[in-house]
Ligand binder design. Structure first.
Ligand code: ADP
Length: 324
């Protein structure tokens, strides 16, 4: 394979409660799980056979070393992962409902991942061709906001397909209007955008999914928009079409990273079409359905174990699961 994926953004450690259905205060213990949405996508892509690089920042501490080792072990290239003494590696504490839905608090004041700055983003990162994926958490503060936008501009300049998953975390923004405005800007600069239902309604200021779909089709010239619907699956919106793809029934333990696994599954399935998407060429329905089904499979498999990175499946696991 000569094309590569580059993911940029937050990288942190989740301490996940060992018991579902209790508050953080009542958690009997915690398991250490490396995460951060774009880092999860990077590992997902690497496990699915794509050459993948990660751009981010860790603290010069034991948790940072652990994160670098985790990316290395999963085959993600860490040449552009820098470290700092000015902040500690970001940590989060996570509690889960019985159904595996998460609630969390951050230890980030700021965390090292938010100190990514423009000098970390160099042209040579974007040699060759491929896909660039980013999220919105690094857009909440400086200097990582400017670093993120510099990377988006370079990715576009060098002809990369640009993929965006806002991953809305309302508590991290000063105001919701600022969050909406930044997310809209991120969408305008992207080719492929993945939203969950809540994000689609928020960005479109819509009351129904149909209204949100119309807004997204009318307001942007995107190659592909995906709205994920949790266990119900996903909707793929391409040009004037929207295709509904059913999810896989599984017994979810922890839904952390399902959306990130989904993105990795989708992008890797469209490997042969990255250039066509960038050029806004029509993609056949069968190809889109195949990509949506495989992305749903990766999302579903990611819910079967605690944490995101440890739960992301390999190519072989996905094939076996789809055939069952
Ligand atoms: P996000 O994690 O970004 O909020 P979703 O919760 O919609 O996104 O999950 C992303 C995808 O992961 C879904 O489209 C679906 O394919 C899969 N998924 C998520 N939760 C489940 C579940 N409980 N059972 C089966 N598949 C799931």
């Amino acid at each position: 394979m000569d094309k590569k994926a580059i993911c940029l953004g937050e990288l942190l450690i989740d301490f996940v409660s060992t018991l579902n259905g209790v508050t953080l205060r009542d958690a009997p213990g915690f398991e250490k799980a490396p995460g951060g949405a774009p880092a999860n996508v990077a590992v997902g892509l690497s496990k699915l056979g794509i050459e993948t690089y990660f751009i981010g920042k860790i603290g010069k501490d034991a948790f940072g070393d652990f994160l670098r080792m985790t990316l290395d072990k999963n085959g993600v290239k860490t040449d552009y992962l820098t470290s700092t003494t000015k902040a500690k590696t970001t940590l989060a504490f996570v509690s889960l409902t019985e159904e595996g839905e998460r609630d969390f608090v951050f230890y980030r004041d700021p965390g090292a991942d938010m100190l990514l700055d423009q000098s970390d983003i160099i042209d040579s990162i974007f040699s060759g061709s491929g896909v660039f994926h980013f999220g919105s958490i690094t857009m909440t503060h400086e200097p990582s906001n400017s670093a993120t936008f510099k990377a988006i501009q370079l990715a576009r300049k060098y002809g990369y397909l640009v993929s965006f998953d806002p991953n809305l975390r309302p508590a991290l923004w000063k105001t919701l209007d600022e969050a909406r405005e930044k997310m809209r800007l991120g969408i305008e600069l992207s080719d492929v955008v993945k939203l969950n239902e809540e994000e689609a309604m928020f960005i479109a200021e819509a009351n129904t999914i149909e209204e949100a779909i119309q807004y997204l089709q009318r307001s942007y010239n995107l190659a592909l928009v995906i709205i994920t619907l949790g266990k119900e699956g996903s909707i793929l919106i391409h040009q004037e079409k929207s295709l509904r793809v059913e999810g896989f029934p599984v017994h979810a333990v922890d839904t952390t990273g399902a959306g990130d696994g989904f993105v990795a599954g989708l992008i890797s399935s469209l490997y042969m079409f990255w250039n066509d998407l960038r050029e806004r060429k029509p993609i056949p329905d069968d190809t889109l359905r195949y990509a949506g089904r495989r992305a749903n499979a990766v999302g579903a498999l990611t819910t079967l174990k605690k944490g995101a990175i440890p739960a992301l499946p390999t190519q072989e696991e996905v094939e076996i699961f789809i055939e069952e």
